[in-house]
Design a protein around this ligand. Sequence first.
Ligand code: 5AD
Ligand code: SF4
Length: 419
Amino acid sequence: MPLFYFQTFGCQMNVADSEQIRKKLMMRGFKPSLSPDKADIIVVNTCSVRENAEIRARVKIGEFAKSKKENASLWVIGCMAERLGDKLKRIIPEIDLVIGAKRIDEIDGIIEKQLPGCVCSKLPETESNVTDFVPVMRGCNNYCTYCIVPYVRGPEHSIPVGEIENVIREKVTNGVKEITLLGQNVNSYNDHETDFPDLLYKIANIKGLERIRFTTSHPKDCNEKLIRAIAEIPKMSRHVHLPVQAGSDKILKMMNRNYESFQYLELVDMIKKYLPDADITTDIMVGFPGETDKDFRETLQLVKQVRYTTAFMFAYSVREGTEAASMVDNVPKEIKISRLNELINLQTSITKEIYSNVVGKECEVLITGQQKKRDRFWMGQDKGCKKVLVSCNSIKAGMILKVRAVRSSGMTLICERIV
Ligand code: 5AD
Ligand code: SF4
């Protein structure tokens, strides 16, 4: 029985793509291998968004190149594969196949060519995860000046509604209760007839689907119609991820974000008005070219004002080929790191406060699985983005329970079941 091994870096889109390819290999008789050394095909799905992600992927590919079985194939796919193309094969000659992110739609044909004569069969019904990802659009047209994504993923294109509905229906039949709609900028979804809020209304009609999430949004395309849709559809999670990137208007302009901080804050007010209990989360970057201490203080001020439940926080990393790469990267590394630490400390204290404010309150939890280490605890997520542990017998993954938070351990709510 031939075996495969996957190593996935980067965003949820990569996780979803890896899953698709796993399925295609399984349909051709492959089975997952626990160790890369035993695998016949090793697939590394890569990310280019920051230099660090590329370095980690290259180290891993180097390790696989040395340790793989003699005739095993090494495939490198995703954003770094798109950015470097066959240059990767010259750096690491053991690589057999490079499939860039723009060619992911052609994956069926590519696999067919690589594995000729493999008989394709239907996958046996297996128990699915409770929660799963569904890409609805790919690519990005925004060209934020720091970002490599529009270059490696190409222009935006939306998947037709009917196709998305079919994918979700099949997943729901296999036991999926919650789906996360994915795109670099889901708010600009448009398949010529349906925009993103209308897509949500349509998907909400799918029977057996209990919860809908989506990520990620660009503030410039996040409008009242979308917020109203989230408020009106009971299946929608109460979570809006809204990357702000910076709090200084000067920096936002240099980033080509197309909004000023006051517009972002108006949007946040609108979300809080329609969805008072929602979790708002964000992405923030420090150390962009030209960021002064005053600019950075404006970011901290905005974070204090919005009070995000959690945030992904990064130090700016130069990406060759982007517009910002030709600006002078003039914030010293030590300052980037100290700003990042200050921001993380501020956000961590806000996160802890938000979590502890929920203690004593009721929430609705989707149970996703059992903790491996302490099997007394079941893991789940509330309707927002908060991680939850429930200690109780007779629970199963996929159940939606009413619980009360009895304690917060910083970034996790410990809950007891009510019904
Ligand atoms: N340097 C640092 N962070 C970046 N991001 C995107 N490009 C860069 C870069 N060059 C961050 C942004 C984005 C998230 C996915 O990654 O915050 O929202
Ligand atoms: Fe990159 Fe901006 Fe597009 Fe997001 S919206 S993928 S940050 S260019």
